[in-house]
Design a protein around this ligand. Structure first.
Ligand SMILES: CCCCCCCCCC/C=C/CC(=O)SCCNC(=O)CCNC(=O)[C@H](O)C(C)(C)COP(=O)(O)OP(=O)(O)OC[C@H]1O[C@@H](n2cnc3c(N)ncnc32)[C@H](O)[C@@H]1OP(=O)(O)O
Length: 306
């Protein structure tokens, strides 16, 4: 009660300086450790959006909600550079205590085409290691973020594109697109953290079916199985619906919300934290199998021939 009142009344007005003073006063009064206390303090807007051509971050001054737009034409293929930009953007959002984030895309018909196949085909080990490690980082930061997240899926979201969306807490998708984890169709095994996000979104039975069959769902079918939460006619509406979802947290204590989210996701996060190197080794050794390389190469050709 005290927290909620405190947050709602101070959200827009606290400056960094005031926040420091308040931290000191309250921590002295309540004998709290500063790290514990900082979690109690309301989100305050005091940073300008970091500029990276691959990821644009736009924070709404009034709501404190950030729209994070992936911007790697033509299809937001997830390359090392795009993952690095996303990882940096997520750090900035975390450090600046925004109220929530909405992930979307600047490509008109594609949210993200998943991992950039060029990273998987005839890979250089050093670069692939950096790529895979940054991929893991992005998932850990997005899935484990202290702020609430939503995805405005304004286009196709196969494989890694779906993975990004299901790492968020809420999904609104535009009609007539496809979404799903189609890795098995490419002859590759969904990594441990993709499986965790999927199980956290749809029922265990649906996750098993979807992952083993590698199904790509239409927007309407995705809604039926709970892979997405809502359909919105176009991108602006999808962002609005995501904002509405995030606004619901204005009346909830941010510390209670973020601790609850963390505790629900902790096991999945730790599972990857404890086996990052092993996860890389398994993927690397499978990836360089000649049969897997041939399948990826043929698939890339088929996409180009369309
Ligand atoms: C045995 C175990 C082995 C383990 C091996 C470990 C490997 C770990 C990987 C695990 C996880 C993998 C997940 C992935 O994300 S893999 C990527 C899967 N992605 C897809 O299957 C999507 C492919 N793309 C499409 O279906 C379509 O492009 C689209 C997204 C529906 C959009 O269609 P649209 O018609 O608008 O666009 P085009 O198809 O014409 O594409 C435009 C150009 O973009 C190129 N393209 C498309 N997708 C990718 C991609 N993922 N990476 C790189 N490039 C891509 C396409 O070729 C076109 O190029 P062009 O202009 O030069 O022709």
């Amino acid at each position: 009660m005290l927290l909620t009142l405190f947050e709602s009344h101070t959200h827009f007005f606290l400056s960094m300086f005031q926040k420091m003073i308040l931290t000191k006063i309250i921590s002295n009064t309540l004998s709290l450790h500063k790290k514990q206390l900082i979690e109690w303090l309301p989100a305050v807007r005091y940073f300008s959006s970091p500029t990276n051509p691959l990821v644009n971050v736009d924070v709404n001054d009034k709501s404190g909600i950030a729209v994070v737009t992936m911007n790697r034409k033509p299809v937001n293929g997830l390359s090392l550079e795009l993952f690095e930009a996303m990882s940096k953007a997520l750090d900035d959002l975390e450090n600046n205590r925004i109220r929530g984030a909405i992930l979307t895309s600047s490509c008109p018909t594609v949210f993200s085409a998943g991992l950039d196949l060029n990273e998987l085909y005839q890979p250089d080990k050093k670069r692939f290691k950096a790529f895979w490690t940054t991929f893991q980082d992005v998932w850990l930061k997005l899935y484990g973020s202290s702020f609430p997240t939503a995805a405005a899926i304004n286009g196709h979201a196969p494989a890694g594109g779906c993975f990004l969306a299901i790492s968020c807490e809420y999904r609104v998708m535009c009609p007539d697109y496809k979404i799903g984890l189609n890795e098995t169709r490419l002859g590759i095994i969904a990594p441990i953290f993709l499986r965790a996000s999927m199980r956290n979104t749809v029922s265990n039975r649906e996750a098993e079916k979807a992952l083993t069959l590698g199904t790509l769902y239409s927007t309407e079918d995705a809604l039926k199985i709970g892979l997405i939460d809502e359909i919105a006619i176009y991108k602006v509406k999808a962002i609005e619906r995501c904002e509405n979802f995030l606004a619901q947290f204005n009346n909830v204590s941010s510390i209670a919300r973020s601790f609850t989210k963390r505790s629900l996701r902790q096991k999945d996060l730790e599972e990857l934290e404890n086996c990052r190197e092993e996860d890389f080794n398994i993927f690397w050794s499978n990836l360089i199998e000649p049969s897997v390389q041939k399948q990826i190469g043929d698939y890339m050709q088929s996409l180009k021939k369309k």
